[in-house]
Ligand binder design. Structure first.
Ligand SMILES: Cc1ncc(COP(=O)(O)O)c(C=O)c1O
Length: 387
């Protein structure tokens, strides 16, 4: 037997409580029992979204929620600004083009954050832009974009649509306070639930736009969903088992406390980065790293995919690969959701062994020691709190 460790930025590991909640008997979705659970879940999500607005639950992966955002807010031919800094920025682009929007694209070097001035220039040159679409955390390049600062310039202008798939529940995102108009995420990252649920919240300004928006929509008609969900059910049959799992996951998150969850993600990310640096490896996004996932360059002349295959097939350690031009050059180690200090230790230890097996001169323990230094902080803080 090889024990498996799922250390990817989604799907992420599922806690036992969530797994057993999903095994409970199906609760029919047109009953008061379901409404109670559903309402509780939607209230919990509001905390992670940083909003008092409705958070709608869709039976879809995150991409479904992204598509819903576009089709409910725009009309054919309208102009939008898409920040394309990786695979998921590209996804916004493809969704917008599929629905006949005019797209102005800002291409961002992979691993970097978009510059505020570039957004300002584009908004100045194209005063008819109706929406700015961006990722908070671009999972493919492990980089964060400065959403809070971007929101300052869109507040009184175009709508700001944020893909928070590896940001909501990972790091603080204050939708209302910052002025985000649309925020989406999915179930299989920080929320510790299997894939299959998409979530979306709209500001009042965005809801007003939905009334004018003419793009075709049926399954993802958010106004219809809003009406149903306010009554404690969904317009169509929901993914009931996943919602039961989500209730258990939110309970766990709220018991730990969102701030502690965010601090844990940040600490695990720092430990992972410290380990990679101690091993002499470069980071993909050193200036603006996501706390969800760390991108690490493998040594020159090493094929990252061979390393990943070896780690997965011989050691049971599953990291994520690089995409497109980064394929074969990087690995991505996640530390989001149901993950703790010793997942980092497992990850780094396996990385050291895999690198050595593929011929890179590793001094065993060097990466682990660097990670341990960071991870000790949490224990020291714990001691301080107790005394
Ligand atoms: C930032 C980001 N956006 C969108 C998606 C797409 O979500 P899904 O695969 O759930 O459709 C992902 C998935 O990894 C993601 O990380």
């Amino acid at each position: 037997m090889i024990k498996k460790y799922l250390l990817t930025p989604g799907p992420t590991p599922i806690p036992d409580e969530v797994r057993s909640a999903m095994a409970d008997a199906t609760v029919h979705h047109r009953t008061p029992q379901f409404s109670k659970i559903f309402t509780e879940v939607r209230e919990g999500l509001k905390i992670l979204f940083g909003t008092v607005c409705d958070v709608l639950v869709l039976a879809a992966s995150g991409t479904g929620a992204m598509e819903a955002a576009v089709t409910n807010l725009f009309s054919p031919g309208e102009k939008v600004l898409v920040i394309n800094g990786g695979k998921f920025g590209e996804r916004w682009l493809r969704i917008c083009r599929s629905f006949g929007l005019q797209v102005v694209e800002i291409k961002v070097e992979w691993g970097k954050a978009v510059k505020i001035e570039t957004i300002e220039e584009n908004l100045h040159d194209h005063p008819d832009i109706q929406g700015v679409l961006i990722q908070a955390s671009e999972t493919s390049t492990t980089a964060l974009h400065p959403i809070r600062d971007i929101a300052k310039i869109t507040r009184t202008g175009p709508l700001l649509l944020v893909d928070g798939v590896t940001a909501v529940g990972v790091l603080p995102v204050a939708m209302d306070e910052w002025g985000i108009d649309v925020l989406v995420t999915g179930s299989q990252k920080a929320l510790m639930v299997p894939p299959g649920l998409g979530f979306i919240s709209l500001s009042d300004r965005a809801w007003a736009r939905t009334e004018k928006a003419k793009l075709p929509r049926f399954y993802f008609d958010l106004a219809l969903e809003r009406k149903s969900q306010a009554k404690g059910t969904t317009a169509f049959t929901p993914a009931i088992s996943l919602i039961l799992g989500l209730r258990a996951a939110l309970k766990k998150i709220l018991e730990e406390g969102p701030d502690r969850v965010y601090a844990r993600h940040e600490r695990l990310a720092r430990a992972t980065r410290a380990a990679a640096t101690a091993l002499g490896l470069g980071l993909l996004a050193p200036e603006n790293p996501s706390p969800a996932v760390t991108g690490i360059f493998v040594p020159e002349n090493m094929d990252a995919d061979k390393l990943l295959d070896y780690l997965r097939d011989r050691m049971g350690i599953i990291f994520a690969e690089g995409q497109d031009q980064l394929r074969g050059k990087i690995i991505r180690i996640a530390h989001v959701g149901y993950m703790g200090a010793f997942d980092v230790i497992v990850a780094v230890s396996a990385l050291e062994m895999g690198l050595k097996r593929l011929g890179f001169p590793v001094k065993f323990g060097q990466g682990i020691a660097a990670a341990q230094e960071v991870l000790m902080e949490a224990l020291d803080e714990g001691l301080k709190e107790k005394s």
